[in-house]
Design a protein around this ligand. Sequence first.
Ligand SMILES: Cc1ncc(COP(=O)(O)O)c(C=O)c1O
Length: 456
Amino acid sequence: MYYNSIIDTIGNTPLVRLNKITEGIKGTVLAKMEYFNPGNSMKDRIALSMIEDAEASGILKPGGTIIEGTSGNTGMGLALVAIAKGYKCVFTLADKQSQEKIDILRAVGAEVIVCPTNVSPDDPRSYYSIAKKIKQETPNSFYPNQYDNINNTKAHYETTGPEIWEQTEGKITHLAAGVGTGGSMCGTAKYLKEQNPAVISVGIDTYGSVFKKYKETGQFDEKEVYPYLTEGIGEDILPKNVDFDLIDTFIKVTDKDGAIMTRRLAREEGLFVGWSCGSAVFGSLEYARKNLAEDDTMVIILPDHGTRYLGKIYNDNWMKDHGYVESMDFANARDIVQNRSTNSSLLTVEAHQSVDEAIRMLHSRSISQLPVTINDEFVGSLTDSKILRQLIENPELKDKSVSQVMDPPFQFVAMDNTLDVLSSLINKDNKALLVRDEQDQVHIITQHDLLMAMTK
Ligand SMILES: Cc1ncc(COP(=O)(O)O)c(C=O)c1O
C-alpha cells in the first residue's frame, strides 16, 4: 500500500488521552494530535482545501504563484500542496515568528518576506498589507487569505469534525481549541454541533486579543489589543472564519501559562507540541476543572509540533530571560518539602517485610519508590519499575523479603541544593533523593517533585 503523493497523507490524525496533567479532573480529556499531518500541523488540511477550491473555480492555473500572510504553519501546508501540484509560493510573516518557522518554509522552496509585528493590520508594512500588495503585482497568482477564505472552516467541517465524531464514537461532549483564523474551531464545532447540539465549544484566546471581549459584549475594543508572544492564536482583527455563534465561551491564557503547560505536555505526557497547544490545554483544563462531569469527553485540538519552538519555549535560557521560570533560580530541596500539601512522615518499608507487602504500600499511596530501612537506618531502596521487571522473570519473588530484591539506598543530599543540581542527581538508576531537615526528619525528593517545582 502506498500514497500517490505526500498530500494524500493529510488528516486522520490520532486522538490521545491526557493522563497525568489531568489529575483531579473528572471525565476524559483527549488531544487531537495534528502534528501527525505531513507538514506537522493542522494547516495542511486547509491548504489543500483552499488550493483545490481555487483550482476548481479557475482562479489558480498551472504554473501559478500562491501568496499568503502566514504564521508559518499554513505556509508549510501550502508549500507541500504546491510542490505536489507544481505551484510557486511567496509568504509574508510577522517578525515575532520563530526563526525555525522561517527556515522550514525556505527549506521547502518558498520565498519568505519578514515584516514588522507591532504595526496595525492596515499599515502598509504589516504582513497582511504586504501579501496583498505582492498579489496585485504578480500575474497568475492566488491569495488564499486563510482569515477570510471560508474553505478554511470547510476543511475542518469536512475532515476534523467527522474524524473526532467517529474516534469518540459520538461521545464527545466538549470541544476546545485555540482561535486564530477561527477555521479549526468553527469548522469542527459546526460539524459536531450538527451531530449533537449539546456539544459545548470552548475557544482559547490570548491576552492582547479581541475575541473574548467581542463575544461577551459585541464590542470590538482596540484597547484590548497589545503585543503578545504566543504564536497562532488571538487576533487584532475579526476574521470571517470566526463564527461567534459556534463558540460558546472563550478563556484567555497568558503567554507564560501557555509556555509552561507546553513544556509539561512534553515531559509529562510525551506530547512534543507547539506553544499554542499548551495554551489550549491550560485554558481547557481551567474550564474542565469547574465544568466537566465523570461521563464527559473533552477533545482539545493541538495544532502543531514542538520543533518549531526549540529556540523559544523549549530553551531554558529563553524561558529565564522572559521570566517564565523565575522560581527555578531560587527553588531548592527545602522549598519542595515546605510546599508539600501533606506533611505526612516518610513512608518506608522494613527489609524483612515481603515484596508483596511493599507492592501494596506503593499501590495504596500511589507512589513509585520506597526507601528500605532496618531500625531507622536507610539500607536500601525499591522502585516499582524494577520490581515489576524482576517479578516478570520470577513471579515467586513476591513472597521473598524486600532485602532480597532491594537496590542500594537513595543518596542523601543537603536541603539547600537547587533544582538543577537535584535533577542532575536523579536518573534512571537513581530514582529519588533523601534530605534531612533541621528537626532530623527525613524527606524524599522524586522526579515528580522536581517537575512540579519547575512548572509552578
Ligand atoms: C500554531 C497555531 N495554533 C493555533 C492556530 C489557530 O487555529 P485557527 O487559525 O484554525 O483558528 C494557528 C493558526 O494560525 C496556529 O498556527
